[in-house]
Design a protein around this ligand. Structure first.
Ligand code: SF4
Length: 356
């Protein structure tokens, strides 16, 4: 290890000079996690402020568990013929929204399996009906879902995105990225969209004004180089579209017997989160997924590059949730970590200080 090379990279970061992909890999392999934490925290203070940390309240609506993609890490998917397979009706979705609104949520996040038969009319009809009845932000549909809707509806990706947007879709998640490496994707989820497709579909969404988040999920067979390549792809898309409001790093959960996760110690997670803050210099908001990582890591991460805890989540079926359960708990977590809790909207434009 060359301490001179490490110090040169640290100096670049302190001067807000963008680091290269090879420097990112060098940091990940060689830097001490506490050095990264300090640099990332300084960057966060410059970009966001010293005392600010935010949260939001949203409900995840898993509209179907039918999926024919077969990701090795997923315990949620069912076959069409399975007894426990479901597709939510409009009324069931309305009930979930009413419950979410009663819990003070202002966003819903549609996330489902990749259903082999639901054409675009199912989605546009539901989105329109929700918008007629409720004042709520609708985020939904990862690139693999959009690719599937386009395929079975015989539409182009651009037309699919356009129809979803015209129906009332407000934003998209950058879900289903896991690791943006075709080598890793071929091992974990060979039937999912490729790295190029994930990037192209999100670019199309951004070009049409559907902004959103991006994530990385690590803790399987990925290498350090592949983690930084993933960040570099996201940074490159952001250079072109400016469509990522936030970035969320989290770790795989052990959900199926056949899928082996790699234990990520807390300091390794925090180091990667800090590198996300430093490397993604064009994405202002870095979220710690309290839902996946839990409250202790959530509080620590706010000192090491994160500015948002995302939770509380009203309902989640795909992942085991360790997150805070309500708004009071979100505020308490942020306050106890030493920050002023702000409730934000989806675009991070409205930040309202919560004092009680
Ligand atoms: S993670 Fe999503 S795409 Fe993969 S099998 Fe599960 S539901 Fe399907």
């Amino acid at each position: 290890m060359s301490s001179t090379e490490l110090n040169n990279i640290y100096q670049k970061i302190k001067k807000n000079i963008r680091i290269t992909e090879s420097e990112g890999v060098f940091l990940l392999k060689n830097a001490h996690w506490l050095d990264i934490a300090k640099l990332a925290n300084n960057r966060k203070i410059q970009q966001i402020g010293e005392k600010v940390a935010s949260y939001t309240v949203f409900a995840i609506i898993n509209y179907t568990n039918v999926c024919d993609i077969e990701c090795s890490f997923c315990s949620y998917k069912k076959c069409l013929s399975d007894n426990s397979a479901y597709v939510l009706t409009k009324n069931e979705i309305f009930q979930k929204i009413e419950y979410a609104l009663s819990q003070n949520a202002d966003q819903i996040f549609f996330q489902g399996g990749v259903h082999p038969e639901l054409k675009i009319d199912y989605y546009t009809d539901i989105i329109k009906s929700i918008k007629e009845r409720y004042s709520i932000h609708i985020r939904g549909f990862s690139p693999v879902e959009i690719k599937n809707i386009a395929k079975i509806s015989r539409l182009s990706i651009a037309n699919t995105v356009q129809e979803l947007k015209m129906a009332g879709l407000d934003s998209v998640p950058g879900a289903g990225a896991e690791i943006l490496s075709d080598r890793v994707r071929n091992i974990l989820s060979p039937k999912k969209c490729t790295t190029q497709e994930w990037c192209d579909i999100l670019k199309e969404c951004h070009f049409q004004g559907l902004f959103g988040s991006a994530n990385i999920v690590f803790g399987s067979v990925e290498t350090d180089d592949e983690i930084i390549r993933h960040l570099d792809l996201v940074r490159s898309i952001q250079n072109i579209t400016g469509g990522f409001n936030s970035f969320i790093p989290w770790t795989f959960q052990q959900q199926t017997k056949g899928f082996k996760t790699r234990l990520i110690p807390s300091h390794e997670y925090l180091k990667i989160l800090g590198i996300c803050r430093i490397y993604l210099d064009n994405i202002k908001n870095i979220e710690v997924s309290v839902m996946v990582l839990g409250e202790k890591i959530g509080g620590l991460a706010l000192h090491m590059g994160a500015n948002d805890i995302s939770s509380p989540v009203i309902e989640e079926n795909v992942l085991r949730s360790f997150g805070v359960k309500d708004e009071a708990a979100a505020k308490a977590l942020i306050s106890e970590a030493g920050f002023d809790p702000y409730r934000r909207d989806f675009n991070y434009e409205s930040l309202i200080l919560q004092t009680q």
